[in-house]
Design a protein around this ligand. Structure first.
Ligand SMILES: [Zn+2]
Length: 180
């Protein structure tokens, strides 16, 4: 089965898998097992986060360009685009464009599923570093400013979904001052 978004792209010849090539919106993608992300993020969490954030940012810019839209215009397609990467289903629980803050829920994180499968027990901490990085990069593009993502709840901890708080370092500081 294909999502409505991919069906639309298929119809307009902007999605295909042929001759060893996977293309979405004329952007080449690679299908790999989630183990690749899982093992790489475990090698170096900080580096994986930084690289993942940059890659997501640059790819969202590319997708926006292909769709002929701005960072704001791409917002309505962001869930669909995100889901073509196979990184789980995205739900926007909260979004404040003026404060450049968002709460994102990801259902069925492939890295969390893999963790549970490999360890046969729950994790004591959130483990979806690459997804966190991917969201940070995506929303940095959407908000036109660098934001970071912190995973507050994770499927690997036995929660129903993974939840990420996305905000800039600046707004985090303001929040701390307000709380103090
Ligand atoms: Zn998670």
């Amino acid at each position: 089965m294909l999502s409505a978004f991919l069906k639309r792209l298929l119809f307009t010849r902007q999605f295909f898998i042929i001759n060893g090539k996977v293309e979405v919106l004329n952007v080449q993608l690679v299908m790999l097992p989630p183990d690749v992300i899982f093992e790489i993020q475990n090698l170096d969490e900080k580096k994986s986060y930084d690289i993942g954030k940059k890659i997501a940012h640059d790819n969202m810019r590319l997708f926006a360009k292909k769709l002929g839209t701005s960072s704001e215009g791409i917002l309505k397609d962001i869930q669909d685009i995100y889901e073509t990467f196979g990184l789980g289903a995205m739900q926007i629980a909260d979004l404040d464009q003026s404060k450049k803050r968002a709460i994102i829920r990801i259902k069925d994180s492939p890295t969390a599923n893999l963790y549970l499968e490999k360890n046969k027990k729950k994790s004591s901490k959130a483990i979806c570093i690459f997804i966190s990085a991917f969201l940070a990069g995506t929303f940095s593009f959407l908000f036109n400013t660098s934001v970071d993502s912190v995973e507050k709840n994770c499927l690997a901890q036995g929660k129903d979904y993974c939840e990420f708080i996305i905000q800039s370092k600046q707004s985090k500081k303001i929040e701390k001052i307000k709380k103090a």
